[in-house]
Design a protein. Structure first.
Length: 158
């Protein structure tokens, strides 16, 4: 804008299939009825210098997930003590020359984003830290531990 003001919204003008918005997959007999012009107004984030310069800090824990027990037969060649770490919000680190079973990983992965955050004292996920691998013959148990607390800026992450 010529006066230096920042836009508050982006405007898109185009053709949208009106019937597909209200009745997905439904056919129409009239081409005139098929396409309608629509204006879509979408808010965008203001990028004033003050807003861009303002930090948005938050705290997350780095986590270590360790195999604490294998009560059956280990079909994935993992051993008690094997571990991986989740650091800096999203970096999965496995020690050199080691591996971690994707099935065990799939069992613990949905819990990690919550375990990275401080939860209410009464929350079950704040109290519980053991996760079982889904393989019933293996009965592999993992423990999720918080190993470091760090402050991050949300503008540095997606």
């Amino acid at each position: 804008l010529s006066d230096g003001a920042k836009p508050l919204a982006a405007v898109w003008v185009g053709k949208v299939n009106r019937r597909s918005l209200h009745h997905p997959g439904r056919m129409t007999d009239s081409l005139d009825d098929l396409w309608q012009h629509h204006v879509i107004i979408s808010p965008i984030r203001s990028l004033t210098q003050d807003a861009a310069a303002m930090p948005h800090p938050f705290e997350l824990y780095d986590l270590r997930i360790t195999v604490t027990a294998i009560e059956g037969r280990s079909v994935c060649s993992m051993q008690v003590g094997d571990y991986f770490e989740l650091t800096e919000s999203n970096k999965l680190r496995i020690p050199p020359d080691k591996h971690f079973c994707i099935y065990a990983l799939s069992a613990v992965l949905p819990l990690l984003a919550a375990k990275q955050r401080q939860l209410a004292a009464g929350d079950w996920l704040e109290r519980d830290s053991l996760v079982a691998c889904p393989d019933p013959d293996e009965r592999l148990i993992m423990k999720v531990e918080r190993i470091n607390k760090r402050t991050l800026d949300s503008d540095d992450l997606t």
